[in-house]
Design a protein around this ligand. Structure first.
Ligand SMILES: Cc1cc2nc3c(=O)[nH]c(=O)nc-3n(C[C@H](O)[C@H](O)[C@H](O)COP(=O)(O)OP(=O)(O)OC[C@H]3O[C@@H](n4cnc5c(N)ncnc54)[C@H](O)[C@@H]3O)c2cc1C
Length: 478
């Protein structure tokens, strides 16, 4: 029998379309699937609490799927290189394969792991399993990274059709004996205080959950995606983001599912728009790879001088969804309760934090990092820099979202706000986005006592807007 191959899984918890696993599984070659829990190696962006919740369930699902195929997921924790070396020596493995990640810390870690294993005569191969376009393969006419989405995506997709996704291999050969493993539970990933009670009803982590999501999206939602994707009161999007982040489904699989759907239905309604959103995910990875400092610092250097406000209490009020602006509070509560927030509302709450409250965008990045089940360094960094106006292809800082108008436009019947801010659910829809401008009799009738049952606005919209513009003017002058 040949020497085993170790497949090191990181955020690619799937059997299908998994290039590292596909290459490792060959007749007669035993495969040792391994997960090593080493969150501190991703510092300063080790997974937040909500991500750890997802990780627990994703690992549990993946371990089960491997068991069903007669294999086993070996789980270790501690320094990755030490564990991989130990596993090589315990199993007699001649090779270690993995699928690549693109965050600055993991790139550095993986480079040094690769060098050390090669030094020890272990064959190392890495693969692209997470992106359609790896960041170093795309450049503009001047040989530079793209900084604007539309030309980036046009360039990428010109005459492009990704190869077919790889199927799940049957018959994963096993080693003569398995090395020692820990259980998923031993990693202690679940919260001590049970704030995750609602998560179970909203999410099904794992490869099958991802597949069910895309199926139901294609059946019920995609044809209206172009219209409904901005409506937080509807199921207008795919909710695939955590599945994509943890590699339970690949963008290549998504692409082909979309193409199959187009062929089957003869309709392209919503599909191009949807693939462009997958394109934004690619663009985010492109940016974080080429500009790794942007995870904490603005891409536009003039924003280094922006006069941000420091206020723990403002931040706390925003985090708890108690700003007195219903659409903002609804979003922050949806996030806390379900680990996810609709994209339109992410933009509204982010704009509110950086423009109305003038708090540094990294406070927002950090809170999202801890509370989102889809927290992703590339997409989160790009989303926050876009909202703060300091990133690539960003919303200009002087364009300040009006939360009342945004609420009225994208939640026209007020159903989203009523769901997440029940204190004001009996207000008529025309008052729902500005309770402080509502006549006393109407408030009374709806059982709302401002400042008691629901907060008064934390800041005045008009004043906050003027102050934000004045702050912006200071960096423009410089
Ligand atoms: C401030 C802010 C922070 C964000 N943080 C994250 C994050 O940490 N992780 C994350 O995955 N997305 C993030 N996004 C992007 C976006 O909000 C989510 O990807 C989207 O809401 C996920 O829901 P969905 O799967 O139903 O999206 P769909 O509309 O169904 O889109 C399909 C897929 O395309 C990708 N996508 C869609 N929009 C974007 C976008 N604007 N940027 C990058 N990829 C996109 C996602 O992978 C998504 O799953 C952020 C956006 C903002 C404004």
């Amino acid at each position: 029998m040949s020497s085993p191959v170790i497949v090191w899984f990181r955020r690619d918890f799937r059997l299908a379309d998994n290039p590292a696993l596909w290459e490792a599984v060959k007749p007669g070659v035993p495969v040792v699937p391994v997960y090593i829990h080493a969150p501190e190696e991703e510092s300063p962006w080790q997974p937040g609490e909500a991500s750890l919740w997802w990780l627990h369930h994703s690992l549990t699902d993946f371990a089960k799927r491997l068991r069903n195929r007669g294999s086993q997921l070996i789980i270790r924790s501690g320094e990755t290189l030490r564990e991989l070396r130990a596993l090589v020596s315990e199993t007699g493995a001649a090779a270690v394969y993995w699928n690549r990640l693109y965050d600055p810390a993991t790139i550095e870690r993986d480079k040094s792991v690769k060098a050390a294993l090669k030094e020890a005569n272990v064959e190392v191969r890495s693969f692209n399993g997470a992106l359609l376009f790896e960041p170093w393969t795309v450049e503009n006419k001047s040989g530079q990274p793209f900084q604007v989405f539309t030309p980036f995506w046009k360039h990428c997709t010109r005459e492009f059709e990704p190869p077919d996704p790889l199927p799940a291999r049957r018959g994963i050969s096993t080693p003569d004996s398995w090395p020692a493993t820990r259980g998923v539970k031993d990693l202690d990933l679940l919260p001590k205080i049970p704030w995750d009670s609602e998560f179970h009803s909203v999410w099904s982590p794992g490869e099958e959950g991802a597949r069910n999501n895309i199926k139901s999206f294609l059946k019920n939602t995609v044809s209206r995606y172009s219209d409904d994707r901005n409506r937080p009161d509807l199921t207008g999007t795919s909710r695939l983001s955590p599945h994509l982040h943890f590699g339970e489904i690949t963008p290549r699989q998504v692409w082909h599912e979309i193409r199959k759907h187009e062929e089957k239905t003869g309709s392209k309604s919503g599909t191009g728009k949807y693939l462009a959103e997958i394109g934004w995910r690619e663009f985010a990875h492109h940016l974080v790879y080429h500009f790794p400092h942007t995870t904490t610092r603005p891409l536009r250097a003039d924003f280094e001088e922006f006069p941000w406000r420091e206020s723990e209490s403002f931040l706390h009020v925003w985090q708890r969804g108690m700003t007195g602006y219903p659409i903002v509070d609804a979003g922050m509560r949806e996030l806390w309760t379900t680990g996810w927030m609709h994209n339109r509302v992410r933009m509204i709450v982010a704009s509110f934090l950086v423009k109305h409250l003038r708090l540094h965008w990294t406070h927002g990045t950090r809170w999202f990092w801890d509370t989102l089940v889809d927290a992703d360094l590339a997409s989160n960094t790009m989303g926050w820099q876009w909202s703060a106006g300091c990133g690539a292809d960003a919303a200009p800082y002087f364009r300040i979202f009006n939360p009342m108008l945004q609420g009225a436009k994208f939640d026209p019947k007020g159903e989203y706000v009523r769901k997440w801010v029940p204190e004001i659910q009996r207000l008529p829809v025309k008052h729902l986005n500005a309770p402080w401008e509502t006549p006393a009799a109407v408030l009374n009738e709806a059982g709302v006592r401002l400042g008691e049952t629901y907060p008064k606005p934390l800041v005045d919209h008009k004043t906050a807007r003027e102050e934000a513009l004045a702050a912006f003017a200071t960096i423009r002058k410089k």
